[in-house]
Design a protein around this ligand. Structure first.
Ligand code: UDP
Ligand code: MG
Length: 145
């Protein structure tokens, strides 16, 4: 697939890492299709993360993701989902490879700096959750909605 969805999470925004993370995304060859800083409430965050609602960390995840603004991103590149997960590194920054975004900017497995979609289908679902189709354009200028 050509599209993935990412968030620069509240910890990374609060710590002033937005610009450095965007530069890494850019340097890795991703094109920004859509971008905005926003804030989620608990109902919205629970809906976004509903696939994790049975996991032990669900409430902490909702509390963390609603703790401050995040930056939502739709990114375009060949093999976008897999290549972006490589760029961000493992969920636990202790296990994230050197030079990955989580290795450089994440403090722990909860506040881990960035989100990246795990499949093409979820990338579409997550991008559509945060952006109207009219806000997303491919590199030829065609509306993706
Ligand atoms: N998370 C957490 N504790 C855990 C595992 C995950 O707080 O033990 C959080 C973390 O912010 C992670 C998110 O829940 O990014 C979603 O978990 P997932 O397993 O989907 O990891 P990811 O796809 O983000 O690498
Ligand atoms: Mg995931």
């Amino acid at each position: 697939g050509k599209i993935t969805f990412s968030m620069i999470k509240p910890d990374a925004v609060a710590n002033g890492h937005t610009g450095a993370i965007l530069k890494m995304i850019n340097d890795a060859g991703f094109r920004i299709v859509a971008m905005k800083q926003a804030r989620m409430g608990a109902i919205q965050a629970a809906k976004f993360y509903e696939i994790h609602k049975e996991r032990s960390f669900f409430q902490e995840l909702i509390d963390f993701m609603t703790s401050g603004p995040f930056v939502a991103l739709v990114l375009e590149k060949d093999n976008a989902v897999e290549d972006f997960r490589k760029l961000i590194g493992a969920t636990d920054p202790q296990k994230a490879a050197p030079g990955t975004i989580r290795n450089l900017f994440a403090k722990n497995i909860d506040a881990n700096a960035v989100h990246g979609s795990d499949s093409d289908a979820n990338a579409i679902r997550e991008a559509s959750f945060h952006f109207a189709g009219l806000e997303m354009f491919d590199k030829d200028g065609n509306c993706m909605g």
